[in-house]
Design a protein around this ligand. Structure first.
Ligand SMILES: [Zn+2]
Length: 98
C-alpha cells in the first residue's frame, strides 16, 4: 500500500516537472515569436525581419519588394494622372469663362 502511494506521488511529481518544463519551453519560444504586422501571421525569428519595432514575414516582405520594384512605374502613372487632371480642370475652367 505504502509503495503504491509513493509511486503515485512520484508520478504526480514527474508530471508537474514535465508541465513546468513545457511552460519554460513555451515561454522561451514566446520570446522568439513574432507577429507579422501586415498579415498577422506568427513566425519564429528566421523567416521574418524587423522593421523599426515591427516584424514582417517573408511573404509580406516579398510583396513589398514587388511594390517597391514597381515604384517607378507607379510614380510615373501617378504623375501622368495628376497632369491629366490638371489639364482637364483647366480646360473646364476655360470652357466656363466668358
Ligand atoms: Zn506577413
Amino acid at each position: 500500500m505504502k509503495e503504491d502511494r509513493e509511486g503515485q506521488r512520484r508520478a504526480l511529481l514527474e508530471s508537474i516537472i514535465e508541465s513546468r518544463k513545457m511552460e519554460a519551453y513555451v515561454e522561451h519560444k514566446t520570446k522568439e515569436m513574432h507577429v507579422c504586422f501586415m498579415c498577422g501571421g506568427i513566425f519564429y525569428k528566421k523567416p521574418g525581419k524587423e522593421i523599426g519595432n515591427k516584424w514582417i514575414c517573408i511573404d509580406c516582405l516579398r510583396s513589398l519588394k514587388e511594390i517597391i520594384d514597381g515604384l517607378d512605374q507607379w510614380e510615373a502613372e501617378i504623375t501622368i494622372e495628376k497632369e491629366f487632371n490638371e489639364r482637364y480642370e483647366n480646360a473646364l475652367k476655360g470652357a466656363h469663362e466668358p
